[in-house]
Design a protein around this ligand. Structure first.
Ligand SMILES: Cc1cc2nc3c(=O)[nH]c(=O)nc-3n(C[C@H](O)[C@H](O)[C@H](O)COP(=O)(O)O)c2cc1C
Length: 367
C-alpha cells in the first residue's frame, strides 16, 4: 500500500515555489537537466516525433533544458545527436516546442560544440578542431562505439570567427523553432572547457595566454547567442569541478579560472548560471555557494540531487532552482512525484544513448 499522503507537507516545498530566472517565469524550481539521448538516427540529425513525445511527457518541469544540439556540422562529436543548423532540424524542433507549449511547459535548447573531443569518423574523415594541436585524450562516441580522440587541428582565427557566427545562427534558429531561449553548453570536456584549459589551450593570440584570453571565446559567444533574443533568454552551463583523464583537473588553478569566468559573466546578458557540481552524493552545498557569491544572477545547481537535498539547496538560499537529469529520464512526472512524495523509478543506463522508443518514452507515470 502507498504511504499515507500528508499533502500540506508535500506541497509546502521550496522546490514547488515559482521563480523568475532572467526572463523565464517558472511555476516550480524543478528543472529538467540536459541529457543526450542519441535518438536522431537519420542522416540529417533531425529531431523526430519521438522527441516531441519525450519532451511533452516532461512538460511539467519548471524549465526543460534539452539535450545538447550541434550548432553546425563542424561541431559534431557524438553519434545520433540532433542539430539546429538546417531547416529540417528547425522544423523538427518546432514540433517539439509546440507540444511542450501546448502542455503548458517552457523549453530552452542547449547549444553544443564538441571541439577536439570528436573523431574523424564523425566529421567525414577530417580531424576535429580545437584550441591547439593537443590530444585531449578523451573518448568520442562513434557509430562503432567509443573511440580514443586524436590530435586535433588548431583553430585559426577564421575558424573561430566562423564558430562565433555558427552559434549566433544556431541561436536565431532556436528562436525560429519556438524555443523560449537557449543554453550554452560550456561544461565537461567540450569546446569551451578546452579553451579555458591551459593544458589544451597553448595559444599565444587573444584567445589564449592568460585567463582572460582563455575565456574570451565563451564570452564572445554568449554575446553572439544573446543577439537574436530581446532579453535575458540565455543560460550558461559550466562544470568547474569536472575531473577526467590527465587533461581536465579540478585543481586550485582551474577553480580560479572559473571564479574569474563566473564573475566576468555578470557583465554579459545571462539569464541564469547552470552549475554542475562535483560528483558527490549527497551534494556538497558549499561547492555551489562559492559561485553563489560571485554570480549576481539566478543559479541552477545540479548533480546528484534528490527531493530532500534539492529542497535544502533552495531553502538555504544556495540555489534558485535545481536540475535533474537521471531522475527526469526515468520519471517523466517528476514534479508530480515530488509534490505527492511518491517513490522514484530507476532509469536503465543501457538505453540512455540507444534504443529508439524503448527506455525513452516508455517510463511510467506514477499511479
Ligand atoms: C544520459 C545522459 C546524457 C547527458 N547529456 C548531457 C548533455 O547533452 N548536456 C549536458 O550539459 N549534460 C549532459 N548530461 C549531464 C547531466 O545534465 C547531469 O549533469 C548529470 O546527469 C548529473 O545530474 P543528475 O544527478 O541529476 O543526473 C548527461 C547525463 C546523462 C545521464
Amino acid at each position: 500500500m502507498r504511504t499515507t499522503l500528508t499533502l500540506p507537507t508535500a506541497l509546502d516545498q521550496p522546490l514547488l515555489r515559482s521563480v523568475d530566472l532572467g526572463d523565464f517565469r517558472l511555476p516550480n524550481r524543478v528543472v529538467m537537466a540536459p541529457a543526450t539521448r542519441a535518438r536522431a538516427a537519420g542522416a540529417g540529425l533531425v529531431p523526430t516525433d519521438l522527441h516531441a513525445v519525450y519532451y511533452g511527457q516532461r512538460a511539467g518541469a519548471g524549465l526543460i533544458v534539452t539535450e545538447g544540439a550541434w550548432v553546425s556540422e563542424r561541431a559534431i562529436g557524438f553519434v545520433n545527436v540532433p542539430g539546429i543548423y538546417s531547416e529540417e532540424q528547425v522544423a523538427g524542433w518546432r514540433r517539439v516546442t509546440d507540444v511542450v507549449h501546448a502542455l503548458g511547459g517552457r523549453i530552452v535548447l542547449q547549444l553544443w560544440h564538441a571541439g577536439a573531443v570528436s573523431h574523424p569518423d564523425l566529421l567525414g574523415g577530417e580531424p576535429p578542431a580545437g584550441p591547439s594541436a593537443v590530444d585531449p585524450r578523451e573518448k568520442a562516441f562513434t557509430r562503432s562505439g567509443f573511440k580514443e580522440t586524436v590530435t586535433p587541428r588548431e583553430m585559426n582565427l577564421a575558424d573561430i570567427e566562423r564558430t562565433v557566427a555558427d552559434f549566433g545562427a544556431a541561436s536565431a534558429n532556436a528562436r525560429r523553432a519556438g524555443f523560449d531561449g537557449v543554453e550554452v553548453a560550456a561544461l565537461g570536456v567540450y569546446l569551451f572547457a578546452q579553451f579555458l584549459n591551459p593544458r589544451l589551450n597553448r595559444r599565444t593570440d587573444v584567445y589564449g595566454g592568460g585567463r582572460a584570453g582563455r575565456r574570451r571565446l565563451l564570452l564572445e559567444i554568449v554575446d553572439a547567442v544573446a543577439a537574436p533574443w530581446d532579453g535575458r533568454c540565455v543560460g550558461v552551463r559550466v562544470s568547474p569541478y569536472w575531473d577526467s583523464g590527465d587533461r581536465f583537473l579540478a585543481d586550485a588553478s582551474t577553480l580560479a579560472d572559473y571564479d574569474e569566468l563566473v564573475t566576468a559573466l555578470n557583465d554579459h546578458p545571462v539569464a541564469y548560471l547552470h552549475l554542475r557540481g562535483p560528483d558527490l552524493t549527497p551534494p556538497d552545498l558549499g561547492s555551489f555557494a562559492r559561485y553563489r557569491h560571485r554570480f549576481d544572477g539566478p543559479l541552477i545547481v545540479n548533480n546528484g540531487f534528490d527531493r530532500a537535498t534539492a529542497n535544502a539547496a533552495v531553502e538555504s538560499g544556495t540555489a534558485d532552482a535545481v536540475s535533474f537529469a537521471r531522475h527526469f529520464i526515468a520519471n517523466p512526472d517528476l514534479v508530480t512525484r515530488f509534490a505527492l512524495d511518491r517513490d522514484l523509478t530507476d532509469g536503465d543506463p543501457a538505453t540512455y544513448y540507444s534504443g529508439g522508443a524503448e527506455g525513452y518514452v516508455d517510463y511510467p507515470v506514477s499511479g
